[in-house]
Design a protein around this ligand. Structure first.
Ligand code: GLA
Length: 408
């Protein structure tokens, strides 16, 4: 199977100022002809939308999504591409609230779990669709040492720290900006995480740009800079169900990873990089999630199923395809690409029928799965893992692409 290469993100045009912003993902200049077309489009349309010279019509609309408990107004943005695919994203937690893509008969359906209302997200969510930071996944016992100083974090997943703490990036209000890019409708979210927030050092300035590409891929570009040495590991926590109903055990997964990081009973990596060969963790050949998930295996017992980090044979920063998932009844296919060295594949083992989601769907055990490209869990305490340290003057970058297609 070939890895698909997406071009660097194009420069983005701020819809309010008309200023072309530097790309969040990489350099590369937009052809002048196209940039001019976008500027014309900006001034010509009152709707928040844009048609570029070389691409068909795409648009972003904004509506209220309610208020946080503190009274801050939050929006819901709808990104639509010319193929009819649609992503609804809130600036509360950067949550992908819904994602509609076609099946093999051209029928559009929502392929992510979540809620209809902001209030439900505020009440209780297992990170449905959210941006995760400052640190995706667990840090053992909520502590790490950097430059000789020990930092203490909330142990919100006792005895460990999980997904950035009590109020991680999934629970903050991001500053939104609708952008027009040559590649499709785009939403930029910015957040300044203050020095000491959730126990992490340094003022961390983060931007995330969601773009709905014309090939029905949702592209997520992350950048972050700090003013003090810190640790960063950002990811995306959408729960997918490509059938839009039922459990995910029939989804067929392929991951070209020959190792994974086994965990202890609290889901902290032991430090070993274990070959997948001969284990239920070998997805190098496409295999149904349910085929081996209930096997008598210590690692599956610790995770209550799959809740592990797969390790890919690549350079950190190399953009590769990390997973392909087929849902055979609808023909929908999800491919996950990223620059990250690891992928947390979580089979929704903590869903237990207590949360009622969109359209009244009660989310039962393993009704959704997550594919979270990331650096390895607990890296701040495991120096043999790729480094998650970010220093002043450096720019953290991470590119994740979730691409949808169909198999006939
Ligand atoms: C991640 C973790 C899981 C779980 C979910 C959220 O995927 O690895 O153990 O915490 O998030 O419920």
């Amino acid at each position: 199977m070939q890895d698909r290469h997406y071009p660097p993100a194009p420069p983005l045009v701020n819809r309010v100022t008309g200023i072309i912003e530097p790309s969040s993902a990489a350099s590369g200049s937009l052809p002048l002809r196209c940039a001019a077309a976008i500027l014309v489009c900006l001034s010509a349309t009152a709707l928040i939308g844009c048609a570029s010279a070389s691409r068909s019509h795409t648009q972003v609309t904004q509506q209220s999504f309610g208020k946080t408990k503190e009274g801050t107004g939050v929006s819901l943005f709808t990104l639509r591409n010319a193929q009819g695919a649609e992503a609804r994203i809130s600036n509360y937690g950067g949550i992908v609230v819904s994602l509609k893509v076609p099946d093999r008969d051209g029928k559009f359906g929502d392929v992510v779990l979540g809620y209809d209302s902001l209030d439900d997200y505020l009440t209780e969510t297992p990170y449905f669709g959210a941006l995760i930071g400052r640190y995706g996944n667990r840090i053992a016992r909520g502590r790490f040492t950097l430059d000789g100083q020990t930092y203490k974090l909330a142990t919100n997943n006792y005895p460990n720290a999980l997904h950035g703490g009590i109020k991680g990036f999934d629970k903050v209000v991001w500053q939104p900006m609708i952008l027009a890019s040559a590649d499709g409708p785009s939403l930029k979210l910015s957040y300044l995480s203050k020095d000491g927030e959730e126990g992490y050092p340094g003022n961390l300035s983060v931007t995330v740009v969601y773009t709905l590409l014309e090939d029905n891929a949702l592209r997520v570009d992350y950048t972050a800079v700090t003013d003090k040495d810190t640790v960063v590991n950002l990811t995306q926590h959408s729960y997918f169900n490509l059938a839009g109903k039922g459990d995910i055990l029939g989804h067929v997964v392929m991951m070209p990873a020959d190792k994974f990081t086994p965990v202890d009973s609290t889901l902290i990596p032991t430090g070993e990089l274990r070959p997948v060969e001969g284990t239920p963790f070998d997805f190098r050949h496409a295999t149904a999630i349910g085929a081996r998930i209930n096997q008598d295996d210590e690692q599956l017992k610790f995770g209550k199923g799959y809740d592990h980090n797969w390790v890919f044979n690549k350079q950190v920063g190399e953009f590769t395809r990390m997973a392909r998932v087929l849902e055979p009844t609808t023909g929908r296919v999800l491919e996950v690409f990223s620059t990250e060295p690891g992928l947390q594949f979580y089979s929704g083992n903590f869903l237990d029928g207590t949360l009622k989601g969109k359209g009244g769907w009660v989310y039962q055990f393993r009704n959704g799965f997550c594919m979270e490209p990331q650096h390895f869990p607990d890296s701040p305490n495991q120096p043999q893992f790729p480094s998650v340290v970010l220093k002043p003057g450096q720019t953290y970058k991470n590119l994740i692409v979730y691409k949808f297609s169909v198999e006939k």
